[in-house]
Design a protein around this ligand. Structure first.
Ligand SMILES: [Zn+2]
Length: 384
């Protein structure tokens, strides 16, 4: 049997400080533990794959550890309770995935379990994932338990859809909002794992993985695992990731903007044709080009440079290209692109629509020049 363990599991955080990008949540939890102000029910909300369940498990482990470290905020990892938790054999921590266990009977069973005191450790902890999936009847069955929990019972509920949680449940829980993890933090973590696993991967490749996972560490790690196994022993660069994810290489966008600023309409059409022949659809191209032009605009000023999330090497390329583009060209291009994106959805001939938008953008520079010349002329007429 293969001994491969997916990175999401292998590198799962085991203490509050190891949870990525959720400092506001973990610090509040640590303070609540320090000041002995813990609620009986918690609701962890936020997008998928950002550390809700991991944090719930860490909290559960800390609470039941018999030899807590660092003023009580870190589990020892060696006591019976910690060991049982690590072997997923703890009877005091009950995990329920409401996506598949959402019937009233499941809730009754859970209510039954709440009645029994913990065998060892102080608390019996119930982690209910995807709690919004409970039916109304199940919610009501559960509510009674939540209203009058025994002092040893702690509930940690997690959901990606806070708006679906009944107000009666919300009002009984201490709420914690988990955020998307910043790309820079995901990249740092990927870097660390790559080093430990002896995988050679460059910065641009890691940035692309982080961008594509939309702030979710779990998704980043599963993309990372997939690419690492496809390119075993090879150096992984941006191109390898782009190919694996079936994404347009950013070189295309650099080339497209080069053609536009040079007014090279033929070059632009040939490039677009090549993209389509490589199997990409017009929408993906327009979306990618919009993001590219937006990044060029952000590169124009040192204050907004930080708003583009890419490697330093890539930032330099953006800076170089943005010097060739006027601000008005970039803003007008964005306007044309966003309009094209809307029109694409109901266009009969998508290719033609994109080609028209590209022609307009290619001629923008000349238009802008003509525009400013006209302005100058009219101004000189006024002064004359
Ligand atoms: Zn312990």
């Amino acid at each position: 049997m293969s001994s491969f363990v997916v990175s999401a599991r292998k590198y799962r955080p085991s203490s509050f400080d190891e949870v990525l990008g959720q400092g506001q949540v973990t610090n509040t939890l640590k303070n609540a533990i320090l000041n002995d102000q813990l609620a009986h029910a918690f609701l962890f909300t936020g997008p998928r794959g950002v550390g809700k369940t991991s944090t719930a498990r860490i909290l559960a482990k800390v609470l039941n550890c018999s030899d807590r470290q660092e003023q009580g905020t870190v589990a020892c990892g060696v006591c019976n309770s910690c060991k049982a938790m690590e072997d997923t054999a703890s009877f005091n921590i009950i995990e329920l995935d409401a996506a598949s266990n959402n019937s009233v009977d499941h809730m009754r069973m859970l209510n039954e379990q709440v009645r029994f005191r913990p065998q060892e450790g102080k608390y019996k902890i119930f982690i209910i994932d995807e709690v919004h999936m409970l039916s109304n009847a199940s919610f009501n069955a559960f509510l009674k338990t939540l209203e009058e929990p025994p002092d040893y019972a702690i509930f940690i509920l997690a959901t990606t859809e806070k708006h679906k949680i009944l107000p009666t449940i919300l009002s009984r829980c201490q709420l914690f909002d988990f955020r998307r993890i910043p790309i820079s933090e995901i990249v740092k973590q990927l870097e660390l794992i790559a080093e430990k696993e002896g995988i050679k991967i460059d910065q641009d490749a890691m940035h692309l993985i982080a961008q594509k996972s939309d702030g979710a560490m779990r998704d980043s790690l599963s993309i990372f695992d997939k690419i690492a196994s496809t390119f075993k022993g090879e150096k992984i660069g941006y191109k390898e990731v782009a190919t694996s994810l079936n994404l347009l290489d950013y070189d295309y966008f650099f080339k497209a903007v080069d053609s536009m600023v040079q007014g090279d309409l033929a070059g632009m059409f040939v490039l677009y044709d090549e993209i389509i022949r490589n199997g990409f659809d017009p929408e993906a191209f327009i979306q990618g080009l919009t993001a590219h032009v937006r990044d060029l605009l952000m590169t124009k000023s040192p204050q907004t440079l930080e708003l583009i999330q890419t490697s330093d090497e890539q930032k330099k390329r953006y800076k170089d290209q943005s010097k060739l583009c006027s601000q008005s060209f970039l803003i007008s291009s964005l306007d044309l692109l966003t309009r094209a994106a809307i029109d694409l959805q109901r266009a009969n001939n998508q290719h033609l629509l994109v080609e028209v938008a590209l022609s307009k953008m290619t001629y923008l520079n000349t238009q802008i020049e003509i525009g400013s010349d006209q302005k100058k002329n009219s101004l000189s007429q006024v002064t004359n």
